[in-house]
Design a protein around this ligand. Structure first.
Ligand code: ATP
Ligand code: MG
Length: 136
């Protein structure tokens, strides 16, 4: 079993599809180990996406992630990191496969409905950023 970190992003919460995304997560066989609704500050969003600090889209990305409430999740499954990335689809919803979260619920590359850790090291950092050990 492996754990990964997921976010139902502010666009998805605003659009009222958080429940549908959660149902898809459960339907795909993930165990929801941790879940909380939060509203990140700009500084918290910057800390979370620090690896993208030098990118031209960093300002817009962190404005968006702090624009409203989102749902943070710890998900568990066999090969959870890849399994959740596959279920999310490509970063750009226009390039994502039908049936993926980003195709079905994302509007654009910067309003793309969900986040998922991309490697064991990032999953460990991201889970620790949002959850205390005792919660998981
Ligand atoms: P995430 O980390 O949110 O799960 P990802 O791993 O698929 O997405 P990253 O390369 O880590 O993609 O980019 C982080 C986020 O930054 C993306 O979800 C997207 O919203 C935004 N982003 C990435 N590339 C671009 C781009 N070229 N233009 C605008 N926004 C972008
Ligand atoms: Mg990423």
């Amino acid at each position: 079993m492996q754990r990964t970190f997921a976010i139902i992003k502010p666009d998805a919460v605003k659009n009222g599809v958080a429940g549908q995304i959660l149902a898809r997560i459960e339907g795909a066989g993930f165990r929801v180990v941790g879940m909380r609704m939060i509203h990140m500050s700009k500084a918290e969003a910057e800390g979370f996406y620090h690896v993208h600090k030098a990118r031209p889209f960093f300002g817009g990305l962190t404005d968006f992630m702090s624009s409203g409430p989102c749902v943070v999740l710890c998900l568990e499954a066999a090969d959870a990191i890849k399994k959740w990335r596959d279920l999310m689809g490509a970063t750009d919803p226009a390039k994502a496969e039908p049936g993926t979260m980003r195709k079905d619920f994302g509007a654009s590359i910067d309003n793309n409905a969900t986040h998922g850790s991309d490697a064991p090291e990032t999953a460990a950092f991201e889970l620790g950023y949002f959850f205390r050990g005792m919660e998981l």
